[in-house]
Ligand binder design. Sequence first.
Ligand SMILES: N[C@@H](CCC(=O)N[C@@H](CS)C(=O)NCC(=O)O)C(=O)O
Length: 199
Amino acid sequence: MLTLVHAPRSRSTRFLWLLEEIGTPYDVMKVDIRRTGGPSAGSGARDPSNPHPHGQVPALLDDGVLVHESAAIALYLTDKFPEAGLGPAPGDPQRGAYLSWLAYYAGVLEPAIVNHWKGRTATDEDDRQVYDAMAAHLRDALRASPWLLGETFSAADILFVSLLQFGRDLMPAYEEFDAWLARANARPALARAMARDDA
Ligand SMILES: N[C@@H](CCC(=O)N[C@@H](CS)C(=O)NCC(=O)O)C(=O)O
């Protein structure tokens, strides 16, 4: 059985969404986390029951096997459930693009967004250039097709769109991002996930 280690309104909410897209049964282990941003900043605390090495969410337990880090969890789940069609399998011509987007999310977008959120892109030219280039790269991909992998929605879209859902103003006001967000927000699996977020 899969167990998602989850805190409401956090990066683990995206995996409620992915698990609902997949349509497999799963348990939710709700944990407390330190809250460092937004209206709940300063609340919460590390939960000793959380198996994540840093006391963070998301984490996934699959019959006792621990997977953590959003990109790793996305790949783990889409590889485990290839029939869901939410991530190209090895051998698929789209596999390279899929792996690239997952790694790009963790290695490029997350640090660029944190730098932007902390105000560093306003004062550091290098940080500004990385942020602008990242945003332009994403915008260009979405000009070419509705989803990151073309006509097919994938777990890569979930990683990136969940960031827009959390804070639309963390990214530039490009219409491509608004349209992407609207397309993703219309998915029935997201509504099911949101019903479980704080349940
Ligand atoms: N790189 C991690 C980041 C996880 C992360 O920062 N999670 C936040 C919630 S959105 C958290 O658990 N914060 C509590 C803490 O850092 O102690 C991933 O993408 O999975």
